[in-house]
Design a protein around this ligand. Structure first.
Ligand code: EPU
Length: 438
């Protein structure tokens, strides 16, 4: 199968699709299995490339991985965890940011860890300074080498008190995965509290960890000397659900997203309604639809949970090109997440990006050289085009634009979308999209 999708757009997407477990939770729960003395079972696991990458890394470290794809059940047995060869780990360099989360569990299990250069989407610098600072504070020694980072913990890992400069999702997960088996108590202030992190806490608690989440983003962990395996059903993917919701809006369609859940999507649903989309929450999912008439422009700011998440922004921007008036979107999580708008402009969208913090509170990217605010003026018809997928969420947005635009678009680089959207071409077929993958 090649990397090109030819899309005949201009038709509404109508029908039902299912989303399974959240990419940004499943990969972390897989890493958590390394901490258990016995096997773990994770359910509702989607068939996406990130799961393959993490499975490969776990296998390299001696974990046996058995994945029943149709059932979505992943069995992970860490009984024989061992150090992997640097060259083998390095073969995974560039494919994901998850390896950095192996540090704490491997230090506990083996006393050392090697982490290759990290991949992930090109949506900003994406540094790992918070992660390394946290590991150092637990007592790890960090040695940067040409191919990656080597870590050791000659005196074990001890609980500590840390305040994050920013509520980073990954750094909070790093701390949780390290603190649960560190000696003594750890306290994290300014923690991220995304639903995916709460579900990771559920998993760790099932394994025997003692973790409390206080008000004002403070998480406290009492370290324990051993953890067991877990059995857990992953929470649904609220990013994928919102992407299909935006696709329904941009194509004037009607999509029932089985597996979408309301509590994790409150901020998205409010915004969806303000733009003029409608939704109906059912027990097994949410129906998102364009009720006809004009969409309305909005002012929007991305934020950490419980705010409007950054990953919801790009697909929604495509729908905003069809809204009447001026919409303003202020991106405050990543400094460089509007690159995907170049292609939309090429398709006829009227979008300008600015370095200023527009339409909201000043953020840490203001007064610097980051184009992190966008003004979208609509509605503008979208014309078919040749597009190259830039990153996961930007890529899905391009796909939505191609589906909304009249004529035949060519979307290149679509295997990037397989990283986080399970069998998306089958879902497009189920929704009546006209396309061919050649
Ligand atoms: N940051 C630092 N230093 C660090 C870590 C983060 O400065 O050591 C900064 C980042 O540069 C960014 C901000 O903190 O500006 C927030 O980054 P965060 O650590 O929260 O993001 P992440 O853990 O790397 C996860 C998801 C992202 C999602 C963000 C925010 C995974 C694998 N990735 O990234 O998902 O956008 O949280 O919710 O969980 C995606 O799914 O497409 C995706 C990019």
């Amino acid at each position: 199968m090649t990397d090109l999708l030819s899309v005949d757009g201009g038709n509404p997407l109508n029908g039902t699709i299912t989303v399974r477990g959240a990419k940004n939770f499943v990969s972390k729960a897989m890493v958590a299995s390394l901490l258990g003395e016995g096997p773990s079972e994770l359910r509702n696991v989607p068939e996406i490339r990130d799961v393959k990458v993490v499975s490969g890394l776990l296998e390299l470290h001696g974990v046996s991985v058995d994945y029943d794809v149709p059932a979505g059940v992943l069995r992970l047995d860490p009984s024989n965890v061992e150090s992997a060869h640097v060259a083998d780990i390095d073969a995974h360099a560039g494919s994901s940011r998850i390896p950095i989360l192996f540090c704490g569990p491997l230090l506990h299990r083996l006393g050392e860890a090697f982490i290759p250069d990290l991949g992930g989407c090109r949506i900003g610098d994406r540094p790992i300074n918070y992660h390394l600072d946290i590991l150092r504070q637990f007592g790890a020694q960090v040695d940067k080498r040409e191919q990656g980072i080597h870590l050791t913990a000659p005196n074990g890992l001890r609980g500590t008190k840390i305040t994050l400069p920013y509520p980073s999702v990954g750094a909070t997960e790093q701390l949780l995965l390290t603190a649960v088996r560190a000696e003594g108590i750890t306290e994290l202030s300014n923690a991220a509290i995304e639903p995916e992190i709460m579900d990771l806490i559920n998993v760790l608690q099932k394994m025997g960890a003692i973790i409390s989440v206080d008000t004002d983003r403070v998480i406290r962990i009492e370290g324990v000397s051993k953890l067991s395996g877990y059995r857990h059903t992953a929470l649904g993917d609220r990013i994928e659900a919102s992407s299909w919701a935006s696709a329904a809006l941009a194509t004037q369609g009607d999509i029932f997203v089985k597996g979408a859940t309301q509590p994790e999507m409150t901020a998205f649903l409010n915004t969806f309604r303000k733009v003029g989309g409608e939704f109906e929450v059912e027990d097994d999912g949410i129906r998102f639809f364009h009720p006809g008439g004009e969409l309305r422009s909005i002012v929007l700011e991305t934020d950490v949970h419980p705010g409007f998440m950054t990953d919801w922004q790009q697909p929604l921007v495509v729908a905003l090109t069809q809204a009447k008036g001026l919409s303003i979107v202020h991106e405050t999580v990543y400094e460089n997440r509007f690159g995907f708008t170049d292609a939309l402009r090429g398709m006829g969208a009227n979008i300008q990006v600015y370095k200023e913090c527009l339409g909201g509170r000043p953020c840490r990217f203001g007064q610097r050289n980051f184009y992190h605010s966008a003004v979208i003026s609509g509605p503008t018809p979208l014309a078919a085009a040749d597009i190259e997928v830039p990153d996961l969420r930007g890529g899905f947005s391009h796909l939505i634009a191609a589906l909304a635009a009249k004529g035949t678009s060519k979307v290149r680089g679509i295997t990037l979308i397989d990283r986080g959207y399970e069998r998306f071409t089958e879902k497009l077929e189920a929704l009546g999209a006209e396309f061919s993958r050649s």
